[in-house]
Design a protein around this ligand. Structure first.
Ligand code: ATP
Length: 688
C-alpha cells in the first residue's frame, strides 16, 4: 500500500511497481533523520546522490509520522512499512538492488565470483545470509564449486554442471518448504490428538451421566410400583368397607348371655365411616398425583436418555472421524519424514561432505578464552579460532568451534547430522586429530560418566534402528589399532593366535579378512565391546611397552538394513577414528623404538594429509595406499562418503607451535570437498 500525500487514502501498489520499482517524484527529499516506529532510516544526506522517494516519511493524521521505506540496520534487513497490516515487509528485490548498501555487497560477490551473473539470485542469497557477502561467496563456492571463479565464457562450459547445482539449490529451498510443511503437519497432528482426547473425555462424562440417569429411572420405577401396590391395597380396603353388609337373618331368640353381649357391642359409627371415606379419597388423589408425577418424570428421563444417546452417537462418529484424520495425518507425516530425510541427505551433500570442527581443551596455563583478548588462543565466534603468535594474529575458520566448556553432548550433537546418514546406507567417518593430550581420546571415547562420540553415536544409531519398523537392521562393531603400520584386532578372543591382519581391496571399498565383528543389539553390548577393545589395547601396548595413545584406534560400526516389505538392503558404515598424537619428533626428542614409533605416526598422518590435499585438488590419483591408515579409511574418504574431522587443541602456550600446525592441518582439510555422496549400492540380496 502507499500514500502519496497524507490526505489520500491508502492505495494498493500496482503490480508493475513490484518488479520495476517506482519513483513518486523526482525531487530529492530533505536529508536528516526520519521519525517513525522503526528507528533510524538512511535518508540521503548527500545532495549529489540521486533522489529516492522510497526513503521518505508520511504523516498520517492523528497517528503521527511513519517511514514508508526503511533500512533496519540492526537486523540487517531491508524492509518497508505496510501501514494497513502494521508490518514491516521485505522490499521487492528489484527495489532493493538500487540501494547503495546492497549494490556494494552485490558488487563484492560478483567481483569474487565472476561466473555468477544473476544479480537477483545473488541478492536473494544475500538476504538468506544476513547480507554477509563473505558467507554468500562461501555458500556459492561450496554449492557450485570453483567454476564460479572463472569468467562467464569459461563458466559457460561448466554450465551443465551448474544447472545441476542450481537444481540442488532449488531442492534446498524445497527442503525448507517441506520442513515448514512438516511443522504444520506436526501442529495439525497435535491439534487432532487434543481434539480426540477432549471428544473421548466428553464421551466418558456422557456415559457416566447416562448410567446415573438409568439408576434414577430404576429407583423411580420401583417407587411407582410400590405406590401402585399401596394404591391398589387401599382401594380394596375402601371397597370392602363401603360394601353393603348382608342383612343378617332374624336371630333366634337369644339366650340371656348372648342378649347381654349384643347389648354391650357398640353400634357402627357413621362419623368414623365418613372420616375413613375422606381419608381414602385423599389417598386416592395423592396416589393419582404421584403416579402422574412419576409418569412425567419418566417421560423426561426418556427424553434425556434419547438426547444423551444421540449425543453419544454423534460423539462416536466424531471420534471415528478424528481417528481417521489422525491416521491420515500420521501417514502424511511418515511420508513427509521419509521425504525430509532424503532432502536432508541432499542438503548435507550440497553443503559438502567434509566437515571440520575444532575443540579446545580447557585448563591450559593461560587458558583459552571464548571471545577474550589474552592467552594463546581466542575463540571470537563459534566458527573462528584466532591464534596469537609472535605478536601476529592468525585467523582460522571451521564449521564449528567448541570452546573449553563445551560438553560431550554438544560435541556429539555437532557430529549427529552426519552420523544419522549411516542408517540410510552412507559411509560416514569421524576422525579426531590433534597433538598428544589435546583431548582426542576424551572427545572420541570419553569416560564412563561422560561418554564420547563413539559410545553416543552407536547408542544413537541403535535407537534409530529400533525405532524403524519397516526396516530390520543389524549392527556389528569391530575395533582395531594401527601401530607401526600394522593392524591389531582388539575384539579378537583371548589366546587366539590369529595371523596378522591385512587390508584387501573389495570393489570400491576395502575389507580386513579375519577382523572380529561383534553384533550389538543393546547399550550393554556396546559398553562390553568397547571395554573389551580398550582392555585388549592396554594389554597389547603393555606387551609392546608402548603408550596406547601411540597407535591409531579405528572403531567401525556396520549397519545393514533389510526392508521388511521390499527386501531391499542397505549397507552403511560408521568409522570412528582416534588418531595418534601429531607432535613433531623434535619436540618429543624420541630415540630408539620411540623414534620408529613417532616416525610411523608421522608417516601415516602425513599420508592422511596427502590424501586430503589430493582430494582438495581433485587429483586423478589419490595416494590412499601410502599407509595402512589411509588405505583402511579409503571408503570413508573417497567420493561416496561423509567425513567429519574433529581437530583438538591444547591451550598451553608451550604447545603453540603444535597448535598452529594442528590448525593449519584442519584448515587445509576444510577446503576439501568430496564428490557427491552416494549410498552404498544395495546388494542384490532379497528376503526369502
Ligand atoms: N574437553 C575436556 N574436558 C575435560 N577434560 C578433558 C577435555 N579434553 C581432555 N581432557 C582431559 O585431558 C587429558 C588428556 O586428554 P586425552 O587423553 O583425551 O588426550 P589425547 O589427545 O587423546 O592424548 P593422546 O594422544 O595421548 O591419546 C585427560 O585427562 C582428559 O580427561
Amino acid at each position: 500500500m502507499y500514500l502519496s500525500n497524507p490526505f489520500q487514502t491508502l492505495q494498493r501498489f500496482p503490480q508493475a511497481w513490484y518488479s520495476q520499482g517506482h519513483f513518486i517524484s523526482s525531487t530529492p527529499k530533505a536529508a536528516g533523520p526520519t521519525e517513525g516506529s522503526g528507528g533510524g532510516v538512511p535518508v540521503p544526506s548527500d545532495p549529489a546522490r540521486p533522489p529516492d522517494d522510497r526513503t521518505g516519511t508520511v504523516h498520517i493524521q492523528g497517528r503521527g509520522t511513519v517511514a514508508t521505506y526503511m533500512f533496519e540496520e540492526r537486523a540487517n534487513v531491508c524492509r518497508y512499512f505496510e501501514p494497513q497490516s502494521g508490518l514491516w515487509l521485505l522490499l521487492p528485490l528489484q527495489w532493493e538492488m538500487n540501494m547503495d548498501f546492497t549494490k556494494e555487497r552485490l558488487q563484492r560477490v560478483m567481483a569474487a565470483l565472476p561466473g555468477l551473473l544473476d544479480q537477483t539470485e545473488i541478492l536473494a542469497a544475500l538476504r538468506q545470509c544476513s547480507y554477509d557477502p563473505e558467507e554468500v561467496i562461501s555458500v556459492y563456492l561450496s554449492v557450485f564449486g570453483e567454476q564460479l571463479l572463472q569468467r562467464p565464457a569459461a563458466a559457460a562450459a561448466a554450465a551443465a554442471g551448474g544447472e545441476q547445482r542450481r537444481a540442488e539449490l532449488h531442492s534446498l529451498r524445497a527442503l525448507q518448504d517441506t520442513e515448514r510443511e512438516v511443522q504444520d503437519l506436526r501442529q495439525r497432528l497435535h491439534l487432532q490428538q487434543q481434539e480426540a482426547r477432549s471428544v473421548s473425555q466428553k464421551k466418558d462424562s456422557l456415559t457416566r451421566e447416562v448410567r446415573y440417569l438409568s439408576d434414577v429411572v430404576q429407583v423411580l420405577n420401583r417407587q411407582l410400583a410400590q405406590l401402585e401396590a399401596e394404591h391398589h391395597d387401599a382401594r380394596r380396603k375402601i371397597r370392602s368397607l363401603l360394601a353393603p353388609r348382608p342383612t343378617p337373618p332374624p336371630p333366634p331368640p337369644p339366650p340371656a348371655a348372648a342378649a347381654a353381649a349384643a347389648a354391650a357391642a357398640p353400634p357402627l359409627d357413621p362419623a368414623q365411616l365418613l372420616r375413613l371415606h375422606g381419608q381414602t379419597r385423599e389417598l386416592r388423589v395423592g396416589s393419582r398425583t404421584l403416579a402422574s408425577a412419576v409418569r412425567h418424570l419418566l417421560g423426561e428421563a426418556g427424553e434425556v436418555l434419547g438426547e444423551v444417546g444421540a449425543a453419544v452417537g454423534r460423539l462416536g462418529r466424531r471420534a471415528e472421524a478424528a481417528a481417521a484424520d489422525l491416521e491420515e495425518a500420521r501417514a502424511l507425516y511418515r511420508k513427509e519424514a521419509v521425504e525430509r530425510r532424503s532432502l536432508y541427505n541432499r542438503l548435507q551433500e550440497a553443503q559438502g561432505n567434509v566437515r571440520v570442527m575444532c575443540r579446545c581443551r580447557g585448563g591450559g596455563a593461560s587458558g583459552c578464552r571464548g571471545g577474550g583478548a589474552s592467552g594463546c588462543l581466542e575463540l571470537p565466534s563459534d566458527q573462528e579460532v584466532l591464534l596469537l603468535l609472535r605478536g601476529t594474529r592468525r585467523r582460522f575458520h571451521f564449521d564449528k568451534v567448541f570452546p573449553p566448556g563445551a560438553s560431550q553432548e554438544a560435541v556429539f550433537a555437532g557430529t549427529l547430522p552426519l552420523i544419522t546418514s549411516c542408517v540410510d546406507g552412507y559411509n560416514v567417518c569421524i576422525l579426531a586429530y590433534g597433538q598428544t593430550g589435546s583431548g582426542k581420546s576424551y572427545t572420541m571415547t570419553g569416560t564412563r560418566d561422560q561418554p564420547g562420540v563413539n559410545v553416543r553415536s552407536i547408542q544413537e544409531l541403535l535407537h534409530m534402528c529400533t525405532e524403524q519398523q519397516s526396516i530390520s537392521y543389524s549392527l556389528k562393531v569391530s575395533m582395531l589399532e594401527i601401530y607401526n603400520d600394522s593392524l591389531n584386532d582388539l575384539l579378537a578372543k583371548k589366546n587366539r593366535t590369529a595371523p596378522p591382519l591385512e587390508i584387501r581391496a573389495q570393489g570400491r571399498g576395502v575389507s580386513v579378512p579375519g577382523l572380529t565383528q561383534v553384533p550389538v543389539q543393546t547399550q550393554d553390548d556396546i559398553i562390553i565391546a568397547m571395554e573389551t577393545g580398550e582392555k585388549n589395547r592396554k594389554i597389547a601396548s603393555t606387551k609392546m611397552n608402548i603408550e596406547s595413545s601411540r597407535s591409531h584406534l579405528v572403531l567401525t560400526l556396520t549397519v545393514e538394513g533389510v526392508d521388511r516389505v521390499s527386501g531391499v538392503t542397505s549397507l552403511g558404515t560408521l568409522t570412528l577414528c582416534d588418531l595418534a598424537g601429531s607432535e613433531r619428533i623434535s619436540k618429543t626428542e624420541a630415540k630408539g623404538e620411540r623414534l620408529v614409533e613417532a616416525a610411523a605416526i608421522n608417516k601415516s598422518l602425513t599420508a592422511l594429509g596427502q590424501v586430503f590435499s589430493a582430494l582438495r585438488c581433485n587429483a586423478l590419483h589419490v595416494p590412499f595406499r601410502n599407509s595402512k591408515l589411509t588405505h583402511l579409511l579409503q571408503p570413508c574418504l573417497s567420493g561416496d562418503a561423509k567425513c567429519c574431522v574433529l581437530v583438538t587443541l591444547s591451550p598451553d602456550p608451550g604447545d603453540l607451535a603444535e597448535t598452529l600446525s594442528t590448525l593449519q592441518y584442519g584448515a587445509s582439510i576444510q577446503q576439501v570437498a568430496l564428490g557427491k555422496a552416494a549410498r552404498n549400492p544395495a546388494p542384490a540380496k532379497r528376503n526369502p
